[in-house]
Design a protein around this ligand. Structure first.
Ligand SMILES: Nc1ncnc2c1ncn2[C@@H]1O[C@H](COP(=O)(O)OP(=O)(O)OP(=O)(O)O)[C@@H](O)[C@H]1O
Length: 637
């Protein structure tokens, strides 16, 4: 019931198709029994003709042919109706599958970081594929078969009662047993099917993580361990699948047995009625034959009850798993406080006594800072000190537990999320590149304007497919961004330049190239606020300095948060804060912090020492080794 009511918004969109389909199922159910009716007329007519009894009138060859034609036409009519059923109900199920998939993707797209931090990609993929197919089968084939069974029973019992109520009651003896078995096994099937689907999710997640983390698996040479663990999960899956099969099998078998039993009752009891051994229960040979033929036609629906129960239970369990996604709500979204009149931002940032807790752990404690629009703030501090979360608070990937984060003097919770995020670009520590060309990756944040939200919860028949958007990135902008990110010359060396495919279908970039592609993506967007979260850790110091001074020229008037550990780059910032355990422990300009002689000064001293040592070592190596001339020849030092 719960399944039906939650599916109703989708079923309602196709109620005409379901209504027509169900009527056709009932029509076909009746038509399919008509040959048995004509057979009865023929047998009884011929029996009477053979009796040569003047009191009863038999039939001739012409009438036999007419009845036979009736039987053929009704069979053909039933076939035509079945085609109609398929066109209505199965089409509707495919359309609902489309609509649910569209709405699921839409819903997942608005869920926030919090949800995806906890969800496993493999599990989500399994729900969007396996579970969705099970739901489609339930709505399409399942509901069609269910309607067929109901129609078969209604029509059959109409005939049974009209032929002989005594014989019908005798057949009905087996029904309480059928219902009892169905209820018991249906519950078992549902529970065991959920267990199978859960294991499917675990196994999909394991495979997905192994493929995504293939470099780590190979790097640590732990393939054998992973293969063993996968095998264990696979074993568990087959164990659960077999447990499911053990209840599915008996369902089919018991239905078959009960059907046979009903048949035996008809043969014995009906035979006795024809012979006149049952008082006040006359039965003609034709009626007996029609009864047996109709019962025979009931065999398939009876046998398919097992399959339908199975399909409905699976579909319903899968639908509940999809409902889990639909009920999840983003914790961060526009609400009554949102000021929709805000269309843009300048880039001034303020943290006012901001604290943040994650599951009881205090990650930020009373952080206050102010970055005027257009300035660069350097943020440094040991790992886990809360640098990344500062950036996350500005883009509202998370919200502060207490205190206020303001942009342009307005609480970020009042700025429409789309406006806020459209004007802020974050280059994360671990860049994510799509399996697409370099140009498309750099231009990823461009060309979003004009994309209206695809409407959901409306029928696929009423919604026009969105127009094909052949997005051609503005190559001047892409090239300029790649230039600033220090990537342009390397891209031009690739045979296909900016059209080089990345990822699964293309080349693999180095760590530094990946970071700079992500940087180019952010720069191309020309954001008001740019957050560089340790975004150049894989780039050498010199290149990083070059990129930063290039950025400074084009980013004039833009606010930059520069999170990092290298003093050589942090010194470019107008203001620097040092974080430790969620607190700002030092703040000032590069010179002021050096003069302070605290953590920052110590960091600078260590990095200067390391740099001196490595240039000394490099000098010794070059003095000892023969040098290579530009032409590649060895020359004496
Ligand atoms: N979504 C989250 N759920 C729970 N804890 C979190 C979450 N995000 C961050 N944290 C915790 O907040 C603390 C600060 O994390 P943050 O990523 O800001 O550190 P960081 O200073 O950027 O470190 P690093 O230099 O290593 O990147 C860490 O202890 C981290 O475990």
């Amino acid at each position: 019931m719960n399944t039906l009511s939650s599916l109703w918004p989708y079923l309602k969109l196709h109620q005409r198709q379901f209504l027509l389909g169900t009527l056709a199922v009932f029509g076909a159910g009746l038509a399919v029994t008509l040959p048995a009716y004509f057979t009865r007329l023929i047998i009884d007519g011929l029996t009477r003709a053979a009796d040569n009894n003047p009191a009863t009138v038999g039939i001739g060859a012409g009438q036999v042919a007419l009845y036979a034609l009736g039987a053929v036409l009704s069979a053909a009519f039933s076939g035509a109706l079945m085609i109609m059923v398929r066109r209505q109900i199965v089409y509707a199920s495919r359309q609902i599958e489309y609509e649910v998939r569209r709405d699921l993707f839409d819903h997942l797209s608005v869920l926030d970081k919090h949800y995806f931090d906890r969800a496993r990609t493999g599990d989500l993929m399994n729900r969007l594929t396996g579970d969705l197919s099970a739901v489609r089968e339930m709505i399409g084939f399942g509901s069609w078969q269910l309607a067929s069974v109901v129609a078969s029973f209604v029509v059959s019992f109409f005939w049974f009662f009209s032929l002989s109520w005594q014989l019908t009651l005798a057949v009905l003896l087996v029904f309480p047993v059928i219902i009892g078995i169905l209820f018991t096994l249906a519950r078992l099937i549902s529970a065991r099917y959920v267990a199978v689907q859960e294991q499917n999710s675990v196994i999909s997640a394991k495979a997905q993580e192994n493929f995504s983390g293939a470099r780590v698996v190979k790097g640590y040479a732990i393939e054998d361990r992973e293969i063993r663990e996968y095998k264990l999960l696979n074993n568990e899956l087959i164990r659960r699948a077999l447990r499911l099969t053990t209840v599915e099998g008996p369902l089919q078998a018991s239905m078959s047995l009960l059907m046979g039993l009903a048949y035996v009752i008809v043969l014995i009891y009906g035979g006795r009625m024809i012979l006149g051994l049952v008082p006040n229960s006359p039965l003609t040979l034709g009626q007996f034959t029609q009864f047996a033929l109709v019962l025979d036609r009931l065999a398939w629906p009876m046998l398919s009850i097992g399959m339908i129960t199975n399909m409905l239970q699976r579909g319903s369990a899968s639908w509940h798993r999809l409902q889990d996604i639909f009920v999840a709500q983003p914790t961060i979204k526009d609400d009554g406080r949102t000021d929709v009149s805000i269309k843009s931002i300048r880039g001034e940032i303020e943290f006012d006594n901001v604290s943040l807790n994650f599951d009881g752990q205090q990650v930020l404690r009373g952080v206050s800072l102010h970055v005027p629009a257009g300035q660069t703030l350097g943020i440094t501090g040991p790992t886990g000190s809360g640098k990344t979360v500062l950036g996350n608070l500005i883009t509202r990937l998370i919200d502060a537990s207490s205190g206020v984060v303001r942009v342009d003097g307005t609480d970020v919770r009042r700025i429409p999320l789309k406006v806020l995020r459209e004007h802020i670009a974050v280059v994360p520590q671990e860049p994510f590149l799509f399996s697409d060309t370099i140009a498309a990756n750099v231009a990823f944040g461009l060309g979003n304007a004009g994309y209206a939200r695809v409407p959901t919860r409306i029928s696929v028949m009423k919604s026009k497919p969105p127009p094909h958007a052949d997005f051609k990135p503005d190559m001047n902008r892409v090239r300029a961004a790649a230039e600033i990110a220090g990537l342009a010359s390397e891209i031009e060396r690739f045979p296909e330049g900016y059209d080089t495919m990345l990822g699964e279908r293309g080349v693999t970039l180095s760590g530094g190239q990946r970071q700079r592609t992500a940087l180019a993506r952010a720069v191309a967007r020309e954001p008001r606020i740019l957050v560089l979260d340790d975004a150049m850790s894989a780039v050498d110091t010199e290149t990083e300095s070059r990129i930063l001074s290039g950025l400074k020229q084009v980013q004039q008037g833009r606010t930059v948060l520069l999170i990092g550990h290298r003093v050589s780059t942090l010194r470019h910032a107008d203001h620097i804060v040092v974080m430790e355990r969620g607190q700002i422990i030092e703040r000032g300009s590069h010179e002021e912090l050096l003069a302070l002689g605290g953590h920052y000064a110590e960091l600078e001293r260590q990095q200067r020492l390391e740099s001196d040592l490595s240039s000394e070592a490099a000098g010794q190596i070059s003095a000892a080794a023969p040098q290579i001339s530009a032409s590649g020849e060895k020359v004496k030092a």
